[in-house]
Design a binder for this molecule. Structure first.
Ligand code: GLY
Ligand code: MN
Ligand code: MN
Length: 511
């Protein structure tokens, strides 16, 4: 019965299923004549010219460090799959960072792929490790398949050609195999008395379900978490290639901030000036072929006191400061994370400058101890010493600065509730699953990259601060590379000192 047929009463069974109703807008022919026609008559595929990626020279060493921690076990590291944005439309795919780190793949590579480290006799695996890596993937489908023209999520007609097994093997230097073989590959010799399997949790439900079915035990959660922890800790020290990627990300982020300054006159006359700033930065990232590593914060005036203000739907008004927290994520998925708080007219008022200078002094104090041999937590402590001292000088603390700094007090944190630093890399908050002893309590080492980002935030209804402070939020955030003898401020080319900020803005605005 067609839906137009009213001659016979409908029963619930005749109703079209909800799942298939998305097809109702489709005018796609399904006749065998059409299918034969659309799947034939295509020329030879041109060679893709895929070459080995520069990252491939570094990923084997990363896998080998992981291998040493899990001898004899099978490790399953999924890239993840598509996530629905609305109805049948997906978000842009971004591989999970652990997968990107171990394969060197970035951008939108490669939905549904799964890296498996198979245990082998010690010394016989990749680069002499105890594991052999295989990348299971969904390779390019032939033009003689229905998928080719008909599948809007995977089909070549719809989303472009995927790489072949050979392409991905060339690119990554890792053996590849068809995704269809994944289940059997994970199951091989696995079980109670056989090979133990761990999977990175929370990345790909269908892969996790396969692993759980093979393990037949629900008690493996802790072991999976240990794998996630190890993968996070593996990224605490950046190799030379990662540092180069972070430098690229920061350099193009600095260019984006210049464009933001040039867009301020437009922001000032727009009904949603914050959106002009956000759009300018995002446009810059996309025009340069990249993306942003997190949603840009464009927070004018009072909005700057909301730490992660990403609504960006407010006015930008003369006399305000605007806090811009933005970072470009480059092809390899490494991201910058930089904040500047700018006077929208190009010059700070005296009160704005006073608050700004306190934050800058806190940042400088943090930089001074962000060196090998310090503890990671010392960086925050140095910044907090300055913040507490300055708040005490201003008469805002009900106790002395030293009393406020006592762990049981912390009054000063009312005006800066966030931390001063976090590791930075593939994730903006990188290495987040690392143990405390390797993160907050760790000794700083060359190769670490983290942010220094103190701030002060005075809400407009804060009765404990002078009226002139209310509605002002300031954060200054830089990206720091620890070196053998100190540190390098990767974002240091972006002016931080208030005089330098004013001069830089005047130059960009032609004043
Ligand atoms: N952009 C978020 C942060 O600074 O941590
Ligand atoms: Mn940050
Ligand atoms: Mn930030």
């Amino acid at each position: 019965m067609t839906q137009d047929d009213t001659s016979t009463p409908r029963t619930p069974d005749d109703e079209q299923s909800l799942a298939s109703r998305g097809q109702n807008r489709s005018q796609r022919p399904t006749s065998s004549t059409f299918v034969d026609f659309v799947t034939s008559g295509w020329g030879e595929r041109a060679a893709t010219g895929t070459e080995r990626s520069a990252a491939a020279d570094h990923t084997a060493a990363r896998r080998s460090r992981l291998s040493a921690q899990f001898p004899g076990e099978r490790l399953v590291v999924p890239a993840g799959t598509f996530r629905v944005r609305s109805n049948d439309t997906d978000h842009r795919f971004r591989p999970h960072s652990a997968f990107a780190h171990l394969t060197g793949l970035g951008m939108e590579q490669e939905p549904d792929a799964v890296l498996v480290l198979h245990p082998v006799e010690d010394g016989t695996g990749d680069d002499g490790s105890a594991h052999h890596a295989v990348l299971y993937m969904r390779p390019l489908a032939g033009r003689d398949t229905v998928e080719f023209f008909s599948d809007s999520r995977y089909g070549e007609f719809w989303v472009g050609a995927r790489p072949t097994l050979e392409d991905l093997e060339t690119l990554t230097g890792i053996s590849t195999a068809h995704l269809d073989g994944l289940r059997d590959a994970i199951a091989k010799d696995a079980g109670e008395d056989g090979v133990q399997v761990r999977v990175v949790p929370g990345v790909d439900e269908s892969v996790e379900a396969v692993v759980e079915e093979i393990r037949q035990t629900e008690a493996a959660g802790e072991r999976d978490e240990k794998l996630a922890e190890a993968l996070s800790e593996l990224r605490l020290l950046k190799d030379a290639w990662e540092v180069e990627q972070l430098r690229l990300a920061v350099d193009t982020t600095i260019d984006g901030f210049e464009k933001v300054v040039r867009a301020l006159p437009d922001a000032l006359v727009h009904r949603r000036g914050e959106r002009v700033i956000e759009g300018t930065f995002l446009g810059h990232a996309r025009l340069e072929g990249n993306d942003v590593g997190y949603e840009t914060i464009a927070a004018a005036g009072e909005h700057a006191t909301t730490l992660h203000w990403t609504d960006n739907d407010g006015l930008v008004t003369s006399g305000q400061l605007v806090l811009v927290d933005a970072g470009v994520e480059v092809d390899s998925l490494y991201t910058a994370d930089v904040t500047r708080t700018l006077p929208v007219d190009g010059t700070f008022t005296e009160v704005q400058r006073r608050i700004y200078q306190a934050v800058l002094d806190a940042a400088d104090a943090a930089f001074a101890v962000a060196v090998p041999g310090s503890r990671f937590s010392d960086v925050h402590a140095a910044a907090m010493q300055v913040i507490a001292d300055r708040l005490a000088q201003w008469g805002l603390l009900p106790v002395t600065a030293e009393e406020s700094l006592q762990p049981d007090n912390q009054h000063h944190r009312r005006w800066m509730v966030h931390g001063t630093s976090h590791h930075l890399g593939l994730d903006v908050h990188d290495c987040a699953q690392a143990r405390k002893e390797l993160y907050l309590d760790a000794i700083i080492e060359p190769g670490m990259v983290f942010t220094i980002e103190p701030g002060l935030y005075f809400k407009s209804d804060d009765l404990l601060v002078p009226e002139e402070f209310r509605g002002i939020g300031v954060r200054i955030e830089d990206d720091v590379l620890v070196t053998a003898d100190g540190n390098v401020n990767l974002s240091g080319a972006l002016p931080r000192d208030p005089d330098a900020v004013e001069a830089w803005m005047a130059g960009l605005l032609g004043r």
